[in-house]
Design a protein around this ligand. Structure first.
Ligand code: BGN
Length: 282
């Protein structure tokens, strides 16, 4: 530097778009799945705005991104996830917030419903146009895997260590997705009727295709994830039938019909905690 380069942002009066600034995405990043401590991670991230929000100061991010995590009793995974994700997202110069949506009570876990609630509640707190639905046990391995929405719904988690880094089946849409708010509304979000593990992601993929949208993916060599080991969730015995008959419910069951009560919202250092009671089946 000679010291004489014009400061482009000063010339135009506005900061440059971050995509023009992104210099140092280096590819593979270290993934640490050893145990972590939430209080320690909070101390390590004074740069975060309350609620797990951050934006770059040196450039203008193109989108505001809400990262939505469906959650219940994964206390050991939460700090591991935060330790990995905040540096990862900041390196990508994103304007983002992390929203952890926790299901209260002992009913079977309803991932789809928590995603719908996360979408509805996060857009009240952040004028976000891009929703990233993210399982808490998945850690991205490559920082070129950009956490941003595209013209079509994007499947980010293509290759997991636990599936030998291969897509398990062609229409697989589980794990991590990036969807524009407008598209998520258009497909009426996730079904609220998948209680227990499995199928709600396949149903969302069907909704997307039914509405004339298509699923895009990054190359498998950068869409790589490490899954943190944990006990298996209880599978939903009705999931096959539910996916098969799903189309009949696309317009009546989803974002437009989710019944829940917000029990608490807390903007914590590393994330916004949204604690919800959901209406059990029947
Ligand atoms: C599939 C599940 C998905 C899950 C993937 C990967 C079903 C419904 C079958 C009609 N789908 O088998 O929900 O994300 O495995 O684990 O079970």
């Amino acid at each position: 530097l000679t010291g004489e380069e014009p400061n482009l942002s000063a010339v135009s009066g506005e900061p440059l778009p971050c995509l023009n600034v992104l210099p140092n995405l280096g590819g593979p990043v270290a993934v640490d799945t050893s145990s972590a401590d939430l209080a320690e991670e909070e101390r390590r991230h004074p740069e975060l705005l309350l609620g797990g929000r951050w934006r770059p100061v040196e450039c203008q991010a193109r989108q505001k991104v809400a990262i939505i995590i469906p959650y219940r009793s994964r206390a050991s995974q939460l700090p591991i996830f935060m330790r990995h994700m905040h540096p990862f997202l900041q390196k990508q110069l994103l304007d983002y917030g992390i929203f952890v949506v926790e299901q209260a009570g002992n009913e079977s876990f309803n991932r789809g419903m928590l995603m719908n609630i996360g979408a509805l509640e996060s857009v009240k707190l952040c004028p976000c146009e891009c929703l990233i639905f993210h399982d808490i046990d998945l850690l991205p391995e490559d920082d070129r895997n950009l956490y941003a929405c595209r013209e079509q719904p994007l499947h980010l988690s293509v290759a997991y260590n636990t599936f030998n880094y291969k897509l398990p089946y062609e229409d697989f849409f589980g794990g991590v997705n990036a969807i524009l708010v407008g598209h998520f509304r258009q497909v009426n979000g996730f079904s609220n009727k998948f209680w227990g593990w499995g199928g709600e992601d396949d149903d969302l993929a069907n909704r997307i295709k039914y509405h004339g949208l298509s699923i895009s993916r990054n190359p498998a060599n950068i869409s790589r994830y490490t899954m943190i080991k944990h006990e298996k969730e209880k599978p939903n015995p009705h999931r096959f039938e539910m996916v098969r008959s799903g189309q009949g419910r696309f317009t009546s069951d989803g974002l437009n019909s989710v019944q829940y009560r917000v029990l608490d919202v807390q903007p914590r250092r590393l994330y916004t905690w949204i604690y919800v009671g959901v209406k059990p089946p029947r």
